[in-house]
Design a protein around this ligand. Structure first.
Ligand SMILES: O=C(O)CCC(=O)C(=O)O
Length: 315
């Protein structure tokens, strides 16, 4: 007999089946031994499933060597790009704009003074330039890691598009977004806290169009949000998954975030098109490898889901 209770149970069962069919789990699984490139491709890349790999880079000198004093000794005298914001949010929605950080060129040793709390500032600093900044701005450090992850390059048949270096304050947050990369995210020291959504959660995640702007610091030290000239609007996610506004975005209640902490010595495989929001412990050091995704059927289906989600929002 199909009473309301039975209908609810059936709906719940179907939802569970659909999540299981998509290979979605309640938590991010750990793997301890390194698989062959083919096995890794078959078991994780193809099904687009995240995992945390232990001991994937235990041979890197960086794990022992990279302390803040060591980084100061090796690269302290160099000018590097640092994202500076008043609130810790670079590339995020603020005051109805998509606001990018002030990109400050500064001596790395001055940045380290802030990280080591030798100098205080009301601004928030994060080395997070995603243009292969490890190879471009910190080549001295490359020998302590690897220019690519050999088994991933073999699995995907390509080299990484970017190798990025991340170091920042605990108040620096990366807002919810997704990338078209297969991402191998390696934590060297400290920890990163990821909140993840599978691409299939797209219908529940709001996007809106925003004029792009940049934080600019004035002489008195206050920040202004300055519009980019003649720029097109940017689609971005206005929702903060840590305190979602369910009155404004009720669909988000149906999304199922997965949370995981990636500790020093661990590598997160973050598949392409997964939404991620990232926080960190103070002074966390990380390196990640972005491999361009295959624009295959998975991508086409995601594009279809994206178009359908937009169409439903417009109705
Ligand atoms: O570590 C972070 O703050 C952000 C990482 C990220 O967004 C990425 O690797 O795509």
């Amino acid at each position: 007999e199909w009473g309301l209770g039975a209908l609810h149970r059936e709906a719940k069962r179907r939802k569970t089946c659909y999540r299981a069919e998509l290979g979605l789990t309640e938590s991010v699984p750990y793997i301890d031994s390194l698989l062959s490139p083919l096995e890794f491709y078959r078991e994780w890349v193809c099904p687009n499933k995240p995992c945390i790999i232990r001991n994937a880079f235990s041979h890197w000198p960086a794990l022992k060597k990279w302390t803040l004093p060591y980084l100061r000794k090796v690269t302290g005298a160099k000018m590097v790009s640092v994202a500076v914001t008043p609130n810790g949010y670079a590339d995020a929605v603020y005051q109805d704009r998509f606001v990018m950080p002030e990109e400050r060129h500064m001596l790395f040793s001055n940045f380290l003074d802030i990280m080591e709390k030798k100098v205080t500032s009301s601004s928030i600093f994060y080395v997070q330039k995603q243009c292969s900044n490890l190879t471009e701005e910190f080549p001295e450090l490359l020998g302590d890691v690897e220019p690519e992850i050999p088994w991933m390059s073999e699995a995907l048949g390509k080299k990484p598009d970017a190798v990025n270096f991340w170091l920042g304050e605990s108040t620096a947050v990366t807002s919810l977004h997704k990338d078209h990369y297969e991402n191998l995210y390696c934590v060297i020291s400290g920890e990163k806290h990821f909140l993840l959504h599978p691409p299939s959660d797209r219908p529940f995640i709001p996007y809106e169009l925003y004029l792009p702007a940049t934080y600019c610091i004035s002489e008195d030290g206050s920040f202004q949000v300055v519009d980019e000239k003649a720029a097109e609007k940017v689609p971005w996610i206005p929702l903060d998954p840590l305190k979602p506004d369910l009155e404004q975005y009720p669909e988000y209640a149906q999304a199922r975030p997965l949370r995981c902490t990636v500790k020093a010595g661990e590598m997160l495989y973050l598949p392409s098109l997964w939404f991620h929001h990232v926080q960190q412990s103070h002074g966390c050091i990380a390196v990640n490898y972005w491999y361009d995704m295959e624009y295959d059927l998975k991508y086409s289906y995601y594009q279809l889901l994206d178009s359908l989600s937009k169409a439903v929002t417009l109705v």
